[in-house]
Design a protein around this ligand. Structure first.
Ligand code: MN
Length: 466
């Protein structure tokens, strides 16, 4: 549904739009456009994914805390607890920053997954990032690089994991020229002619295919061509060491048919017309990919001694391949219990993905099992043992910060010094000059750094008292 329709049909969304418009009034983005255009774009993406009212409202308000004097309780008072929770979640994600150091990648992912309690938060964040990538050229060069690296290494893979291929693909595609301008230029130059030739060729041969489907009475909903993204072409060339001439799926034919039955019927008709290349038929309907992707893929010997890839799926499979969990979520509208269950399942699945022993990163994940990753207000990640407290955090920042710490804010709320931190928390320490470590801290601190520093201080104090 378009955002416009959402606004017309839901008075609360109209109210949220008016509110966003008024609080961001006078603010402009780096590209000179009014700031409200950004939140409107984000909400439009979310609305077009057919997400629910709460999510669209949260998307409109997602930058309020960071960009305006308003605080979360203003959002809660006006739009309710769910919207406030979603907005708070997006804000927490924004505080987790990846600086392009690959060694940090797992820690950042763990941090992100640890901080979310609602998948809709991730969907808003992905829509937010999509708009940032579409307007990235207005930013200073160093910021472009940081955002693009974070997008390529964190958010694009996350979107794919959620099965949201359309957004994930665009995110990866837009970060590629920012991060690798030379490779991008070369690839575009060398592929341009091939793309043109392949398109002309496919246009010539597809009438044969359509005729064959008709002859076998296979119903066809639609047919189009899927051009491979430059970033995935680049990855494939690097991974396989192949040259462009042997990449058969540069452009694939995509057939959309009405039912699972007709998928297999279409596959039969394709093979009757053009023989399959052995070993290249993939049945992702019988065996869906881990992210839920379903489709039939085959590679065939096509006219003029060419090789062509054909993908066959239903409209529903197509929608799920493009929008993943967002497509599933849309079906849950109005059924709160089903939505909550679904949300729990997805978060569970993401955690499993993180900890999956079959995952190549699992070796490192095991290492992280007893660790938590919390964030400074500036988005630096601090690695701590599970059960760590604000005092441990303070000592990790600097021994002086530990010695003089008086209180803490966790995710914007005042927290006790023995509060147990969780991955994804944003922690701010309040210090007081001349404040000294207390013996009582030894009862709850977890890190050796904190313990030894507190003990050293107490020893010094005893010897002075004596
Ligand atoms: Mn934003």
């Amino acid at each position: 549904m378009s955002l416009k329709t959402f606004i017309q049909q839901h008075p609360r969304v109209a109210d949220a739009y008016a509110f966003a418009e008024s609080v961001h009034r006078g603010q402009t983005r780096k590209n000179g456009q009014p700031y409200v255009d950004h939140v409107t774009n984000v909400a439009a993406t979310v609305a077009e994914l057919n997400l629910d009212e709460e999510t669209v409202i949260a998307a409109l308000l997602h930058d309020i805390v960071e960009q305006t004097p308003h605080i979360l309780s203003d959002v809660e008072n006006r739009f309710g607890a769910t919207v406030a929770r979603l907005v708070g979640g997006v804000e927490r994600l924004g505080a987790i920053k990846y600086r392009g150091n690959k060694a940090q990648r797992t820690a950042v992912r763990v941090s992100i997954l640890g901080s979310i309690d609602d998948v809709r938060t991730l969907i808003i964040k992905l829509a937010d990032r999509l708009d940032s990538m579409r307007t990235i050229r207005a930013l200073p060069a160093d910021k472009q690089t940081r955002i693009a690296a974070e997008t390529a290494d964190i958010y694009a893979p996350l979107a794919s994991q959620l099965g949201m291929q359309r957004i994930g693909g665009e995110l990866a595609e837009r970060s590629f020229p920012v991060l690798h301008p030379k490779e991008y230029e070369n690839l575009v130059a060398s592929v341009r002619d091939q793309y043109r030739e392949r398109t002309a060729y496919l246009k010539k041969i597809t009438p044969l295919l359509v005729a064959e489907l008709g002859k076998n009475t296979v119903p066809l909903v639609s047919m189009d061509y899927r051009a491979k993204h430059y970033h995935s072409l680049h990855e494939k060339l690097q991974r396989t060491g192949k040259d462009l001439g042997t990449i058969y799926d540069l452009i694939a034919i995509r057939l959309i048919v009405p039912s699972v039955e007709s998928c297999y019927a279409a596959l039969g008709a394709v093979h009757a017309l053009w023989p399959p290349v052995p070993g290249r038929i993939k049945d992702y309907i019988a065996l869906p990919k881990q992210n839920g992707y379903r489709s039939l893929h085959t590679t065939v010997f096509s006219p003029e001694n060419k090789i062509t890839e054909i993908q066959i799926r239903t409209s529903e499979m197509h929608e799920q391949a493009e929008n993943g969990i967002a497509a599933h979520w849309a079906y849950k509208e109005g059924n709160t219990a089903a939505a909550a269950r679904f949300n729990g399942d997805i978060i569970q699945r993401l955690r499993q993905w993180r900890e999956d022993p079959g995952n190549p990163q699992s070796f490192r994940i095991d290492f992280f099992k007893d660790r938590i990753f919390v964030n400074t207000p500036k988005g630096e990640i601090v690695d701590l043992p599970a059960g760590a407290t604000p005092v441990d955090f303070a000592y990790q920042i600097h021994s002086d910060v530990g010695d003089t710490c008086r209180g803490a804010f966790v995710n914007g709320k005042a927290a006790a010094l023995d509060f147990r931190l969780r991955s994804g928390d944003v922690v701010k320490i309040v210090t007081q000059k001349n404040k000294k470590p207390s013996a009582s801290w030894l009862a709850f601190v977890q890190t050796n750094a904190a313990k030894s520093r507190i003990r050293a201080h107490l020893k010094k104090k005893r010897s002075l008292d004596a």
